[in-house]
Structures are given as structure tokens and as C-alpha cells.
Design a protein around this ligand. Structure first.
Ligand SMILES: Nc1ncnc2c1ncn2[C@@H]1O[C@H](COP(=O)(O)OP(=O)(O)OP(=O)(O)O)[C@@H](O)[C@H]1O
Length: 235
């Protein structure tokens, strides 16, 4: 379980998180909110890639402040992955394995799932955006930790890869993992999520199930429920 209490973060005078309180349980939790609302910043605080100004984050009842070992227990798909462009896919996979030095699943089923075999000896610079994203997904799913953070996992994926991604997420969820997903694709969010967190103006505006969100916004359709929050607050 991830427990976030009174989390604040600002960049210079730009206040992004203004007192986030959240308890994130096992299953799939979607972190939603408008562009720039702080979803990636929240993910990075959980990973200690960004240090909060105030507040605490506990993972399995341990405060992560000044800790680093806990990060080995989190698999992460960044929104933008910057790897050296002149190495091959095989070299990248080996590099990440060497860096993380931990038990991992065999990546071959993931390579097959995303049909990446023809690309293994190609340099990253020669790959399309969608193919790079599939490789990033392999890198995120090839370890087997209890927490998985996926920041915009659908970016650039073709429909077949999108189905494969959904299957993967379901499989990992069945294992009892805690999975955080950030996405602007509401149909995807609706299919995979158990819980929705909506961040607005630095605070947790809503946390609950999709059904609860529909009821609280008086909408029968998920996409309209989300749109309703935005128009209510920005119209
Ligand atoms: N390292 C940084 N330095 C300065 N400002 C930053 C930094 N990281 C993020 N920001 C700012 O914080 C705000 C929130 O960014 P963040 O990426 O967390 O939003 P987001 O909700 O993930 O957005 P999107 O939906 O567009 O991906 C933005 O205004 C961004 O410019």
C-alpha cells in the first residue's frame, strides 16, 4: 500500500502539488487530471526522482524519505524515456538488466507479445516512436516487483499492441500488484482501472471507483463524468 499524506511540491514559485492525501491499494489506480496538473510529478515523488517540499510518502508502512533501496521494488515506465540512440535494442535490454541487478522474468514472452524480434539488433535511432514505446514496456514489465508505475503507457501504440498492453496489465493485477497508471485515453482507463484519482489544482479532487465517479457527477458515461469535472471547474 502507498500512503501519501499532505504532499506539497513547487518548482520555483509554481505550486504543483498543494496537499495531496491518498491511500493507494492493490489493483489498478488511474491518476488523472488536466495537462500540467502534477500527475508525473506525483509519480516522480513516489520514486524519489523529485523531492517533495512537505508531506510524507509511505510504502508498506515505511517512510521513503532519504531511502533508496525501496525503489528496487518499483517497476517504472517513464512518460519520456531518454536512452542513448546509438545502442541496439538487445544492448539496451542487457544494460537495464545489468543496472538493476535483480531477479527478472524471462523477457522473451514480452518480446514475442509485442513482435519485437526483428528489431532486436537495430539501433534505437532507427526505430519508430511506437516501436520504442513497446521496448520501454518490455523494460518496465520484465522485472517482477509488487509496484508498477506506468506513465502514459499507450503513447504511440497500434491497436494490436494496445490489446497486448491491457492483457499484460490484467495479468500483473491478478498477481496482487499495485499498479499506478497515468493516461489521457479514457476508454483505456475505463477498461483497466479499479480506482480513479483525479488531481485538480494541486489537490485530490476525487478518489473512488468509476461507478462512484459517475454517481457523484450525475453522469452515466465515464468520459462525460471526467469532462464534467473539467467543465465545472474551468468553464
Ligand atoms: N523539473 C521541473 N522543473 C520545473 N517545472 C517542472 C518540472 N517538472 C515539472 N514541472 C512543471 O510542473 C507542472 C506539472 O507537470 P507534470 O509533468 O507533473 O504534469 P502532468 O499532470 O503529468 O501533465 P501531462 O498530462 O501534460 O503529462 C508543469 O507545469 C511542469 O512544467
Amino acid at each position: 500500500m502507498i500512503k501519501i499524506t499532505n504532499l506539497h511540491k513547487k518548482f520555483a514559485s509554481n505550486e504543483i502539488l498543494k496537499g495531496i492525501n491518498l491511500n493507494i491499494d492493490k489493483g489498478v489506480t488511474a491518476i488523472l487530471g488536466p495537462n500540467g496538473s502534477g500527475k508525473t510529478t506525483l509519480n516522480k515523488c513516489i520514486l524519489s526522482m523529485v523531492y517533495p517540499d512537505k508531506g510524507t510518502i509511505e510504502i508498506n508502512s515505511q517512510n521513503i524519505h532519504s531511502q533508496w533501496k525501496y525503489r528496487k521494488g518499483i517497476d517504472y515506465l517513464p512518460q519520456i524515456a531518454n536512452f542513448p540512440n546509438n545502442i541496439t535494442v538487445n544492448e539496451l535490454i542487457k544494460m537495464i538488466k545489468d543496472l538493476r541487478q535483480e531477479s527478472l522474468k524471462d523477457e522473451t514472452p514480452l518480446i514475442n507479445l509485442f513482435k519485437l524480434t526483428p528489431y532486436l539488433d537495430k539501433k534505437l535511432t532507427n526505430l519508430s516512436g511506437g516501436t520504442k514505446q513497446k521496448i520501454n514496456l518490455v523494460l518496465a514489465f520484465m522485472f517482477d516487483n509488487d509496484i508498477l508505475i506506468l506513465d502514459e503507457p499507450t503513447t504511440g501504440l497500434d491497436p494490436a499492441a494496445l490489446i497486448s498492453l491491457k492483457e499484460l496489465i490484467f495479468k500483473e493485477k491478478q498477481k496482487g500488484k499495485t499498479i499506478l497508471v497515468t493516461s489521457h485515453i479514457m476508454s483505456f482507463v475505463e477498461e483497466i482501472s479499479d480506482q480513479i484519482v483525479f488531481i485538480l489544482e494541486g489537490k485530490t479532487y476525487f478518489h473512488g471507483s468509476i461507478q462512484e465517479l459517475k454517481e457523484s457527477t450525475n453522469q452515466s458515461d465515464f468520459q462525460h463524468a471526467i469532462a464534467n469535472i473539467l467543465t465545472d471547474n474551468y468553464a
